[in-house]
Design a protein around this ligand. Sequence first.
Ligand code: SF4
Ligand code: FES
Length: 245
Amino acid sequence: MSSASLRLTLRIWRQESPRQPGAFVSYPLEELSPDLSLLEALDRLNEQLLMAGERPVSFDHDCREGICGACGFMVNGQAHGPQRATSVCQLYLRHFRDGNKLTLEPWRARAFPLQQDLSVDRSAFDRVLAAGGYVSVNTGSAPAANALLVGREQAEQAFAAASCIGCGACVAACPNASASLFVAAKLGHLALLPQGQPERQRRSAALQSAMAAEGFGSCSNQLECAAVCPKEISADWISRMNRSG
Ligand code: SF4
Ligand code: FES
């Protein structure tokens, strides 16, 4: 083994379906380049499992660039792993030491039912957004939108809120499994823009009641959500949501 390569043990939650019991299974991996991402290490494990005629590990991913929000699971008890402001697809093996054991488990929240292994159903987020996370005004084409001036600070704040990728880490990290940070970011983004004004109050009430109806818990200011958010969405957005009703 080259001095630059790593040996890791991935202890992974395996559960074939929601109706079957799950358990952790340990998989030792050797000769891993520190330049591999954790998802690439999982790809490698899955190739080995397929070669051995076993079921590969299910985990969600798409862009692998921290953009789409598809990826997400717990690494050693932390949503998206130990690096701040990092989605799990951007977590590299160089952040770990030779011989480390990593425990990988799915988001655990009533509103995110488990599908298989590390994969959960996050369609509750889509339903919350469908309750009013959009603007109904005709915003016209791109040149028309540019004709409506928005102050620089307002635009930057709206952009910061809009950078939420909907990954669900905030829910997974919260002891109440609250979706408050996600909902507050979506509300905050639209509330700061002129196009979001006509339905502002209605949107806030609709999204918050959809959040409760989906089984997400309430916010009790634990701030775990902001600590794990890969996009560093501030918990101040939750205060703004609570003030605006
Ligand atoms: S607020 Fe952060 S942690 Fe929550 S869904 Fe958005 S990006 Fe993910
Ligand atoms: S796979 Fe797109 S954000 Fe991780």
